[in-house]
Design a protein. Sequence first.
Length: 333
Amino acid sequence: MPENPSIKLAKNKKFRVTTLKILPRLIGVVILIILLTKVDTEQLIIAIRNIRTDLFIYAVILVIPVYLFKSMRWNFLMHMQGIKYSYLQALLAFTSSNFIGFITPGRMGEMAKAIYVRNDKKLPLASVIPSVLVDRLFDVYILIFITLLGFFKLSLFGDVDKLFYFGIFLIMLLPLIAIKKSWTYPLLLMISKSRFFKKYTNKIKDFGEAFFVEIQKMLNIRIIIPLFLTIMAYFSLFFSGFMLIKAMNIDVTFSNVAIIISIGNVLSFIPISFSGIGTRDAAFVFIFGILGLASEDAIAFSVLILITFFVFGGLYGFICYSVKPISLSLNQR
């Protein structure tokens, strides 16, 4: 029986969309291949083979408090909104969503968190997305801040005084652009009235109104607590990376490890790689070179970061996902 033309058209469209999402991320793979052709493969294997197993295990264990602190932060943000979501539910949803983010090309992890709460509490997405957005902003801006400090401390691009202060200004400005109604809501309304979204104008307006009501609930002095939890989460993350450096018997300070990891994470925001593969390696090779360290050590460190945070972090997420699975359908009520 021949396939329905409309079904075939839908499948072809889905295939094209998926291809457009995946193809740009192959750039990272190409970058990694180029880097591997320029290093001593034998020395790279030796660097990985000679790591201290005990310190590597400590690094893997330190990934757990990263999830504990981050899920605690997200749970607190929801409580600031008045959403009563238990910490255990938040931990399972947060860690499961990270696993989903690792395995989906469109980085569906952040949306998965919102869908978890929407399904569990029977709330509209406009009520749950604000906590997810603010939660993510903490991660993005602390990484950008440390990256700018790294540019200044290591003089990565020579005289960066002006860049440093301009970056600090952007850090202060960008969150306001994202969450300030008087700036963002008019843009949202303009988009809703465009030819492509005109039939959804009323829904977009209702979503925007509810969204900014929820945002306002989190903009008070208690926001200091999520900030503190963010600092604790990233201290655990950076200390895990520091254990990996020590496991390789490389002499790098804790502050430089924090800078190296932050820059690698910021570059991973660019959608040209899978889990930062390639972009992170290139960043590490560049910074290790400035510190007088071998490219082989840089790539070996990047491999250990991938194994620790993405393989074992993904395993933690898979366990939580097995306990608390989810349907990613936005139409489910």
